[in-house]
Each structure stands twice: as C-alpha cells, then as structure tokens.
Write a protein that binds this ligand. Structure first.
Ligand SMILES: CC(C)(COP(=O)(O)OP(=O)(O)OC[C@H]1O[C@@H](n2cnc3c(N)ncnc32)[C@H](O)[C@@H]1OP(=O)(O)O)[C@@H](O)C(=O)NCCC(=O)NCCS
Length: 392
C-alpha cells in the first residue's frame, strides 16, 4: 500500500473534522468545530492519502511550554489518527516521519504530544517526560496540619475576570511542562456547554492574586471535581486547597491536576488521604534540535556533559557538549569523547526534569557510567514537578 503525504489547506478543514470523528469514534459539536477553525492553522496539518483518499491525519498547534528555568516554543502534536479501515499498514509511520522532517526543516526545537496509547511514540523519538495522577480526597478525613497557614485572599469570580488568564500566563512560565493556554481554548472552556459538564454543575471559579482554580459540583456523587488548578506560589496553593477541601456540600474532591511531588499530601495530618486513583504518562517530549533545546533550560547544579544522541528518524547521530547550571546553559556540537549515549526518546523523557536517568540507565536506555548517571540526576530534575495543565 502506498501512502502519499501532503500538507493540508483551508479547503481540507471539513474533511479533517470528519476524519477525526471517524478516527476517534467521537462527535464534534458545532461550537467545538468553530473553535477548532479559529485555533488550527491548516498548514500545520499533514494528510496521509491512499489511492487519493484521506486515510490519516497528523496536526500540530504551537504554544510556549515551561521548561526548568525557562520557556520554549513547542509544536504540540495533536489530532493524530488513521481510519479504522487502514490501520497497521504504515500510514502513521509515513505521517510521523514527514512531520518530523518538516519540523526539523522549519527550525522547531521541541515537539510534544499526549498519547492515547503509550506504545506508539517511542519509536519516533518521543519520551514520556511527565506523569499525571488523578487523586481523590475525602474531605472529612483531610485535616490541615495545625501549623499550615490559612492565607485567604480567594474570591469567587466569573469567567471574564481579567486576572484569570494573567495568572495562567505566569503559572505556565514558571512550571515545567506548563502549557500557555490559547485564548480559543479559554473561550471553549468558558462557554461551558452542558455536553462537556459530565453530569456536573456549571463551572465555578476561584481566583487568588497568584492562583486560579475552577471546579464543578457533581451532586449525584457528592463530589467536587477540580477542572483547573494553577498556583504560582505556595501561598496560593494552600489558599485554594483550603477552599476546595472546605466545601460543606460534598464528601470528596477529585482532581487530575495533582502531579507527583505536589506538596498537598504534606499539608495534611494524614498524607494518605490524597489517594491516587489513576497514574498515567502525561507529556511526551521530542527534541528536534537537541543543542538549542538543552541550552534553553537551566540545571539544578553545574553540568558538563558530552552526549551522543541517536535519532530513530532524523539523520544523525548528534554529539553535543552541554555546560551550564542554575543561571543558564550553552550547548553546541562537538567531536569530544561522549560521557553518555542515549536515544532521542530517553533524552525527551529527561528533558522536562520529571524523570530520572538512573532507571533509564538500568533499562539500558542510557549508556553511561554510574558517576555520569548520578551527575545527570543531580542536574536535570526540576524544583517543581512538571505538569501541563491543559490537554492538547
Ligand atoms: C494509533 C494509530 C494512529 C496508528 O496508526 P497506524 O497507521 O495503524 O500505524 P502504523 O501502521 O503506521 O504503525 C507504525 C508503527 O507503530 C506501531 N503501532 C501502531 N499502533 C500502535 C498501538 N496502538 N500501540 C502500539 N504500537 C502501535 C505499529 O506496530 C508500527 O510498528 P513498527 O514501527 O514496529 O512497524 C491508529 O491506530 C489510530 O488512529 N488509532 C485511533 C486514534 C488514536 O489513538 N490516535 C493516536 C492519538 S495520540
């Protein structure tokens, strides 16, 4: 079967919408379609055709994403699907290879995606860089430690409060993997049509000078479901959680916005009350230009490493010399002897500071001495657990 790949034009928009419904087995509302029309640049969509018929699509949406100590412009790969009638015949492979070549040619530094299934994207050089967990907290058993402050300062606001998007901007710049939410996505959430409420109430919004949270009440389950949680400071974090957990009308609070390493369990007398109900991979990162990407972030301690990077799709290998520390970094091609050898997928996994090198080395995904692995693990982790905050 021959797959030909071409770039979409605006004239393909309706076909892409229909394809996505068929690929994922879902249905789009008119409001959603109009939102996508505003959000998507069709030039960023590739179409895989078989015998002249559309068989698969792969798109991307650009946005700034936080990295440890900085922010980079990433291409967020999205709307990837192949028709149920054309699967396992290489359509995705043709699309992914063409997309990665296109990214490299147009100077993209980092691509990122969220995977419906975790076995797909490693072969294309993406690495699972963050872990997300859903948690449930039983309100009556969740007591704050007596010395935890109660800073207050939280107001209930409406969607048009200008401070909401400003707080999200600051949060995204300060949080590794934090996605700067596009205005179109805000508008779609703010419209809050009944079909996205999952049986819950309308959305309620809490704003603090340095934080924002939104939630619904699911009265049938006596549960408060957190939709957004963006705390720029620790004070905002505790202030918002005190309001969420203090709601009298529910038995439990649920959120998918509690990264591993979040301080919440340690604010409570009984940390086990923050019960993980699901753990999954979050953002998959893929460095197109490793030297530029590694120089764009900062490191917890001084770092000096020569890395051999093996790319499964793009020509290589790439050997780079990374030097830097907490105040900045430089990274450039070199012919020096490498300290570590790793694939693009392992490098992507390490990039946002949420994974450690030691288990990757034990799984033979990084070849390096124990001393070098310890050096990577001292330098790469982020102060804050990476979390994206907006699906893409
Ligand atoms: C996932 C999907 C895009 C794969 O498309 P496809 O055209 O069947 O994939 P290909 O035939 O090009 O396969 C390429 C490689 O990926 C592997 N692969 C494909 N789907 C896979 C899956 N679900 N899990 C693990 N590996 C998978 C293939 O075995 C092949 O491996 P190889 O390189 O070792 O030969 C397609 O099944 C689909 O549209 N699924 C529903 C929507 C979806 O989940 N999209 C992904 C959103 S993140």
């Amino acid at each position: 079967m021959t797959v030909s790949v071409r770039r979409a034009t605006d004239a393909d928009f309706d076909a892409v919408m229909r394809h996505d419904e068929r690929g994922f087995g879902n249905s789009h509302t008119p409001g959603w379609v109009e939102g996508m029309r505003r959000l998507f640049d069709m030039d960023r969509f590739l179409l895989g055709e078989v015998d002249g018929e559309l068989a698969g699509i792969a798109g991307s949406v650009p946005f700034p994403m936080g990295v440890p100590g900085g922010q980079v412009d990433v291409e967020g790969v999205t709307w990837v699907s192949v028709l149920p009638t054309h699967r396992r015949r290489g359509v995705l492979r043709a699309l992914m290879h063409a997309q990665l070549r296109g990214f490299a040619e147009s100077g993209v530094t980092v691509a990122a995606l969220m995977a419906s299934q975790s076995g797909i994207y490693g072969r294309f050089g993406y690495g699972a860089a963050t872990e997300c967990r859903d948690v449930r907290i039983e309100c009556r058993a969740a007591t704050f430690r007596p010395e935890v402050p109660d800073p207050g300062g939280v107001r209930m606001v409406e969607a048009d409060e200008p401070g909401i998007r400003e707080v999200q901007r600051r949060w995204a710049a300060a949080t590794p993997a934090g996605v700067l939410r596009h205005d179109v996505v805000w508008d779609l959430f703010d419209a809050d049509p009944p079909e996205i409420r999952g049986g819950g109430s309308i959305l309620f919004r809490l704003l603090h000078a340095d934080g924002y949270a939104s939630y619904r009440m699911d009265h049938a389950r006596r549960t408060l479901v957190v939709r957004d949680f963006f705390a720029v400071t620790d004070e905002a974090h505790v202030a918002l959680w005190r309001v969420l957990l203090g709601n009298d009308l529910v038995e439990g609070v649920e959120t998918a916005e509690c990264p591993l390493g979040d301080p919440l369990p340690f604010l409570l007398t009984d940390p086990r009350q923050v019960r993980t109900t699901r753990l999954r991979d979050g953002v998959w990162a893929r460095l197109l230009d490793p030297a530029a990407a590694l120089a764009a972030r900062r490191y917890a301690v001084d770092v000096d490493l020569v890395l051999d990077i093996h790319d499964p799709v793009l020509p290589g290998p790439t050997r780079v010399h990374l030097t830097g520390g907490p105040d900045g970094a430089t990274c450039a091609p070199t012919t020096d002897q490498p300290d570590a050898s790793l694939g693009s997928s392992a490098l992507g996994a390490l990039y946002l500071g949420g994974q450690r090198a030691a288990p990757l080395a034990r799984a033979r995904l990084i070849e390096a001495s124990p001393q070098v692995v310890r050096h990577i693990d001292a330098a790469f982790p982020a102060d804050r657990s990476p979390v994206h905050g907006t699906d893409f």
